[in-house]
Ligand binder design. Structure first.
Ligand code: ZN
Length: 143
């Protein structure tokens, strides 16, 4: 278990240092949502481009703690290329995992599983979910 926690921490730090898909685009085919987490100072914007029912691209930018910034990167990498319905299911499963609710464990959370340790730190759950919630918001807008 300790080794697994170490591995998870490495995933989080790696995405924090080398974020994927960072930087916003000036393109009206993307839906944009901006969310702040006042308790930690996280401030993040997520853009998504959904085309023919597929998540074509996700961009993110902002400032925040390592949990928040890295989770935006992991979220983008996990969800790009997925069907919209799969992306929605993964997002729901991830948020339920974080908040200790029942979730469908047959859904592959890929690297996002690294955040399961965060549920032990209630103050950080919002940090780990804010980017995903923003993505969820862009999905609703594109409906
Ligand atoms: Zn935070």
């Amino acid at each position: 278990m300790r080794d697994l926690e170490l591995l998870y921490r490495q995933v989080i730090m790696e995405h924090y240092k080398n974020p994927r898909n960072k930087g916003l685009v000036n393109d009206s085919t993307y839906k944009t949502i901006h969310i702040k987490n006042p308790t930690c100072g996280d401030d993040i914007t997520v853009q998504s481009k959904i085309e023919n029912g597929v998540v074509k691209d996700i961009r993110h930018d902002g400032t925040g703690c390592s949990i928040c910034c890295s989770s935006a990167s992991v979220m983008s990498e996990t969800l790009i290329g997925k069907d919209k319905s799969d992306a929605k299911n993964i997002t729901e499963a991830y948020i339920n995992m974080l908040t200790n609710k029942e979730y469908d464990k047959t859904i592959d959370l890929e690297e996002a599983i690294a955040y399961q340790g965060v549920r032990k730190f209630p103050a950080r759950i919002k940090c780990a979910s804010i980017a995903w919630k923003a993505f969820e918001g862009t999905l609703e807008e594109s409906e």
